[in-house]
Design a protein around this ligand. Structure first.
Ligand code: GUN
Length: 298
């Protein structure tokens, strides 16, 4: 079987272009420019790169980007005060606090301080609850991007066996909820799952988000399955030279070729879609806050 390699960069460019067009129309017709505030506490190198890319993408889509960077010593109280200000600020339509936060700050307390209608990460319990109960809240960006890819590459989702590996609040749980909403038969796997291979082999769709390089091997994949690999693992790459590394997903990509019908590469698969969906969520949040239906801009 020829395996289609899903081009996340190209798909993300399409989403970003559509968002940029709608943002331009929103400005023209209503004089509104969506604004996204991103908050970084500390100097985690990966977080700094994410924040920089998010800021660039926000501006490229014609939105305002407000960056708030702090030393790792920022107190929880001061962070909560900032969030309160951003909640009240009419020019800020979306708020994203980059995780992980330093140990002395309680992530859950910070997330629940963000106004749910500005929670473009979709992490607030109100948004998680709306997703679980079939409501219309903001949906976490990575699983939203994965769903858009599945809708394009997995055909009709209804009735398919979907296996989600990973049970995080950021990816695994919301991904499972989204697939359930699409009428898939959903199984969630995790570190205590007894027979990962058997669960994988039953799946028409596999979404992995665990951070274990090459966890899913070629002989664990059902012929024709569609695979979305959210994993981002740095491994040693002696073929590139001593001490060199490379980025791989949770799936043995080479071994999946010829077995799966479609697969996302790492890098260049899910990653670019996450940022595109953040822009999409920021636009969605802005429109909801102003009571403007999206169809009015099309
Ligand atoms: N850290 C890693 N991924 C994410 C994300 O999607 N949102 C936030 N806020 N922090 C993250």
């Amino acid at each position: 079987m020829k395996t289609k390699i899903i081009d996340g960069r190209a798909m993300a460019a399409g989403v970003r272009e559509r968002v940029a067009k709608l943002v331009a129309t929103l400005k023209d017709r209503h004089g509104i420019t969506p604004g996204l505030a991103v908050v970084l506490v500390g100097d985690n190198p990966a977080s700094r790169i994410y924040i920089r890319n998010k800021g660039k993408a926000t501006k490229a889509a014609g939105m305002n980007s407000f960056e708030h960077r702090f030393d790792a010593s920022l107190s929880e109280g001061d962070l909560l005060k900032l969030i309160d200000q951003l909640n009240k600020d009419q020019t800020v339509n979306g708020i994203l606090v980059q995780l992980p936060l330093p140990d002395h700050i309680d992530d859950a307390k910070v997330i629940s301080a963000i106004s749910p209608d500005k929670d473009v990460d979709g992490f607030h319990v109100i948004n998680a609850g709306l997703l679980a109960t079939g409501g219309d809240g903001l949906v976490p960006c990575t699983p939203l991007g994965c769903l858009l890819m599945l809708k394009k590459y997995a055909g009709k989702l209804s009735g398919k066996n979907a296996f989600v590996i990973g049970r995080s609040n950021i990816v695994g749980k919301p991904m499972a909820q989204l697939l359930l909403k699409e009428s898939c038969t959903v199984t969630i796997g995790h570190s205590k799952t007894r027979d990962l291979r058997a669960e994988c082999l039953r799946a028409d769709i596999i979404v992995t988000a665990v951070g274990v390089a090459h966890l899913v091997k070629g002989d664990m994949i059902k012929a024709g399955a569609v695979i979305i690999d959210v994993g981002q693992n740095v491994i040693l790459a002696p073929e590139k030279g001593e001490g060199k590394t490379r980025l791989v997903g949770d799936v043995d990509f080479e071994a999946a070729l010829g077995v799966a019908s479609a697969i996302t590469p790492v890098p260049g698969g899910v990653g670019p879609m996450t940022i595109a969906c953040l822009l999409k969520n920021t636009l969605t949040a802005t429109l909801k806050q102003h009571g403007i239906p999206e169809r009015e801009l099309v």
